[in-house]
Write a protein that binds this ligand. Structure first.
Ligand code: GAR
Length: 190
């Protein structure tokens, strides 16, 4: 059984969707949720899902050593960033090479980089007059949003769409694709 840790900073609707997807699997399971914000709703979701949760400070995350020890002691094989807003430190990337995946709510390389997360991304898409948006699932590199892209899916953006409308379409793509793409990436590591 492969053990997945999900890192999230906010609501955690993707974390819950991924956990539910693997709940019936004998191949992989979500065995840990890590949040960098003690008030993040993802912690409530973890409690309801009966999944262990860890809350860490930004400083602990950046120092990485204690977190890496916590992950290794739980035999975590793979890390999923699902709405996680801190830059992943080099030490963590070295501890999990090719084993950290992120989802970005737009079509990278457009609308990525530091400070581009959640609603800000959808606002930028509408402000740019883009006719499509979507999701990018990519491996994590030392640079924000620059790792190898594994998967993209698109949705149309209509001239009348608000950022909230775009968010709804993008979330639907995330729920549909992220879990099975994680499973595909896991299989490439077998
Ligand atoms: C998701 O749309 C995810 O793509 C985005 O945050 C949202 C989290 O929603 N991530 C980023 O913007 C990272 N740059 P959730 O907490 O409900 O899963």
């Amino acid at each position: 059984m492969k053990n997945i840790a999900i890192f999230a900073s906010g609501s955690g609707s993707n974390a819950e969707n991924i956990a539910n997807y693997f709940a019936g699997s004998d191949y992989a399971q979500v065995s840990l949720i890590v949040a960098n914000n003690p008030n993040a709703y993802v912690l409530e979701r973890a409690r309801k899902l009966n999944i262990e949760a860890l809350t860490i400070t930004k400083a602990e995350f950046m120092a990485a050593d204690t977190l890496i020890a916590e992950l290794k002691s739980r035999n975590i094989d793979f890390i999923v960033l699902a709405g996680f807003l801190l830059l992943v430190p080099e030490k963590l990337i070295e501890a999990y090479p090719g084993r950290i995946v992120n989802i970005h709510p737009a079509l990278l390389p457009k609308h990525g980089g530091k400070g581009m997360y959640g609603d800000r991304v959808h606002q930028a898409v509408v402000a740019a007059g883009d006719t499509e948006s979507g999701i990018t699932i990519h491996l994590i590199d030392a640079d924000y949003d620059k790792g190898t892209t594994f998967f993209q899916a698109t949705c149309p953006v209509l001239p009348t769409d608000t950022p909230d409308d775009v968010a709804t379409k993008v979330h639907a793509l995330e729920y549909k694709h992220f879990p099975h793409v994680i499973e595909e990436i896991l299989h490439t590591l077998d």
